[in-house]
Structures are given as structure tokens and as C-alpha cells.
Write a protein that binds this ligand. Structure first.
Ligand SMILES: Nc1ncnc2c1ncn2[C@@H]1O[C@H](COP(=O)(O)OP(=O)(O)O)[C@@H](O)[C@H]1O
Ligand SMILES: N[C@@H](CCC(=O)OP(=O)(O)O)C(=O)O
Length: 377
């Protein structure tokens, strides 16, 4: 059976050894495994970090640059170098590759998102392995993925992958960072994310010296992927053959069981690809109408408006305690909502002086049961 596989390799696995230089053995084995999967007929996407790390090594920098402009410049050096190495290795095995650099903005913009979808599918048809990274050189600070774990999960959701592999420098998730707690317990399988909350895992906020996200961003990625029906495995990048073993059914690494897909691709994009720009707090009647009766949100049930947003931005819908109960695309901007919150729909044209949408968030643009990810600490 043909499968779609997204494999993400972190900086910590790509660069090892002396002075953070590229770990050639790992790269060569990874390339071999990916070519094997391609030859079996699978569709393969590689999400590769390393632009900043490789750029820094190329420029003989001793530590990861912190300042944005410097990081962007170093990434520009590293990305080209990294692709050249990938192209050399894949060419040895006759495998064509492509470079796809994405920014958060490309994912937020529906048209760019759909274009990216079409490009991935054309590349699959052509038998190419796309290699994805964040377009670090142009990404603006407040609109960055920052770590490639989240990016890889959004790519897995976009291409409707069967599997997401997160290759890192530990063999699996533990109850605590194994670098500091020798007795940390390994976690092999996660059926439901509530189990992780119950285990009270400690993840830290930063990974190894060159990595960015640590385990917290990997869990967030696994949640996003799982919601999109994608099975996720965290495993050690040093042993790329583990990918084949896991696909063959071996219980290696930490494997996250996907949830049944309950929302369509467009609603997944609203819920996870977009960044909410504001909040609408609702009274009990409005909560009941949207949660239990599947209705659109009308102005009458809005009690508070927060944030600064434009029409068609994503916003959070919250109950009277401020807990998020849904997310959606809003039909009015902040100033308009200040005027019409709590008002009857039929009075809106007179208040605003023009005919607007009847609903504030239409039910086709509304996603229920949303929880903010990444609340592990
Ligand atoms: N609970 C945990 N289980 C496993 N590893 C953890 C945990 N908490 C923190 N870590 C650390 O996360 C690191 C991997 O993250 P990171 O360096 O960002 O990797 P990558 O570059 O692969 O994204 C590991 O080296 C490990 O020390
Ligand atoms: N886009 C960045 C990724 C940053 C990064 O280090 O990510 P990761 O190693 O996956 O935690 C790069 O290529 O350097």
C-alpha cells in the first residue's frame, strides 16, 4: 500500500561530532532509507532543519546566533550548503529532490496554502522528494514557526500524510529530560494526549545546544498531526533504519496513535494553520447555540471583544470564563464588532450604515473543541 510519509530531522541529529559539523554517516543512511521508501512507491517529504547550524559551522561561529538579522544571514549561508549536500547524496542514488521553503505567512494565506498543496502533489507525481525548511531568511519574528516540529506537523496535515517521523537526538520521549534525570521513564505509546497530562512530563523549553524546540514542540507537533489523522513517531535520528522498522510494525521510539479525523481539511487549516488575532467572549445562550445546536455565531451573544483583528482573521470564541470553546473566521473587524456586539442582527445595517454579513462567524468557518497546544512545561 502506498503511504505518504513526512520525515523531520532536527539540527541535533544532523550536526554531531566535532564543532557541530554535519554528521555525514547519519545523512547518508537517511538518504538511503528515503530512497528505498520512494522506490517502494511511497510519497516521501523530508523536513530538514540545520540551515542555521550548518551556516554557523561554515562560518566558523562558535555558538548559535541570537540576533534575528544575524540568524537570517547565517541561515542563508547554511540552507544552500545543506541542499548541495542533499543533492549530492540523493544524486548518487538517482533520486531527484526539490527545495520548498515556507514561511508561516504562506500557510496562513489560503491561496498560498492551496498552491503548496498542489506543488507537493505535482512533485509526488514526478517521483521527487521535496525537502522542506522554514524560509528563515525572510521570516519575520512574530510570524515564525521557529522550530521545524510544528512546521512538519502542518506539512503532514497539508499533504494528508499517514506518518510523521520526528528524528531527534534521543530515542524516545521520557517522563523527564533524560540528560538530567537518569531515572526518567520511557514512554513507548500514547493513545490519548490526556495520558501525557496525567504523567506530568517535564520537557524544558529548549533542547540541545543547536536544536530549538526540545520535546515540548515535538508533543505539540504530535497533537496537530494526530488531530489530522497522522500517526507520529519520535525516534533517534542516528539510526534512520528505525523508520523502516517502525513501518514494519516494531514498537520503537514513542508512537502516537492518530485520532479519528473529525474535521475536514479546510477546518483543520482554520484551527491550526492560522494564528488567532483576537477573542470574542460569549454568553451562555450563544455557547449553547454553537456548541450543541451547530449554529453560526450572531452578534447578540457577544459580551466582550478582545484583540485587534481584521475581517476574515481567525479569532477564538470563549465562554464567560474566558475558556476557548471554538475557533473561527470572523466576518467583521474589531471596530465594527465594538459597535454591534450584543445587538440584534437586523439592526446591524442601521448601526454600521451598510449591509454586512448576517453572521459574525458562519458555522462553515467555525471549528469546535479547540484547545491550545503546547501547554506542557
Ligand atoms: N521529557 C523528555 N524526553 C526526552 N527528551 C527530552 C525531554 N525533555 C527535554 N528533552 C530534550 O529534548 C532534546 C531534543 O530536542 P532538540 O534538541 O530541540 O531536538 P531537534 O534538534 O531534534 O529538534 C533532547 O536532547 C532531550 O535532552
Ligand atoms: N529553520 C531552522 C530550524 C531551527 C531548528 O533548529 O529546528 P530543530 O533543530 O528542528 O529544533 C534551521 O534550518 O536552522
Amino acid at each position: 500500500m502506498t503511504q505518504t510519509l513526512v520525515i523531520k530531522i532536527g539540527t541535533s541529529s544532523l550536526t554531531g561530532g566535532i564543532n557541530g559539523r554535519l554528521s555525514l554517516a547519519t545523512l547518508a543512511q537517511l538518504v538511503e532509507v528515503l530512497c528505498q521508501l520512494r522506490q517502494q512507491g511511497d510519497r516521501v517529504v523530508l523536513v530538514s532543519s540545520g540551515a542555521v547550524g550548518v551556516g554557523a559551522a561554515r562560518l566558523n561561529l562558535r555558538e548559535r546566533p541570537r540576533q534575528l538579522a544575524r540568524k537570517q544571514a547565517v541561515a542563508a549561508v547554511g540552507q544552500g550548503h545543506l541542499m548541495r549536500i542533499y543533492d549530492d547524496l540523493f544524486t548518487v542514488l538517482g533520486q531527484p529532490i526539490a527545495q520548498i521553503l515556507l514561511t508561516r505567512h504562506d500557510i496562513i494565506d489560503r491561496q498560498s496554502y492551496l498552491n503548496a498543496y498542489n506543488t507537493f502533489h505535482e512533485l509526488f507525481d514526478l517521483g521527487v522528494i521535496p525537502i522542506v525548511n522554514e524560509n528563515d531568511t525572510v521570516a519575520v519574528d512574530e510570524l515564525k514557526f521557529g522550530d521545524n516540529d510544528t512546521l512538519s506537523a502542518l506539512v503532514a496535515s497539508l499533504v494528508e500524510a499517514d506518518w510523521l517521523f520526528l528524528l531527534t537526538d534521543v530515542d524516545r520521549l521520557y517522563s523527564a529530560d533524560p540528560r538530567y534525570q537518569a531515572d526518567a521513564k520511557p514512554i513507548d505509546r500514547v493513545e490519548r494526549f490526556e495520558e501525557l497530562d496525567a504523567l506530568a512530563i517535564t520537557l524544558g523549553d529548549r533542547g540541545s545546544e543547536w536544536g530549538t524546540g526540545g520535546m515540548a514542540t515535538k508533543i505539540t507537533a504530535a497533537k496537530i498531526a494526530s488531530e489530522a489523522g497522522v500517526r507520529t513517531a519520535i525516534t533517534e535520528g542516528k539510526f534512520p533504519h528505525n523508520i523502516l522498522k517502525i513501518l514494519g510494525g516494531e514498537a520503537l521510539g514513542t508512537q502516537f496513535i492518530p485520532q479519528p479525523k473529525t474535521i475536514n481539511a479546510r477546518k483543520r487549516w482554520i484551527a491550526r494553520a492560522l494564528i488567532p488575532r483576537g477573542e470574542l467572549w460569549l454568553d451562555a445562550g450563544a455557547v449553547e447555540a454553537i456548541v450543541h445546536q451547530g449554529r453560526s455565531l450572531l452578534a447578540a451573544g457577544i459580551t466582550q471583544v478582545k484583540g485587534d483583528f481584521q475581517a476574515q482573521d481567525a479569532i477564538k470564541l470563549c465562554n464567560s470564563n474566558g475558556e476557548e470553546i471554538a475557533r473561527g473566521l470572523v466576518n467583521y473587524n474589531r471596530q465594527e464588532l465594538n459597535q454591534i456586539q450584543g445587538k440584534r442582527s437586523r439592526d446591524i445595517p442601521e448601526i454600521l450604515g451598510y449591509e454586512g454579513a448576517e453572521t459574525i462567524v458562519h458555522r462553515d468557518n467555525l471549528v469546535l473543541g479547540i484547545k491550545d497546544h503546547g501547554n506542557h512545561s
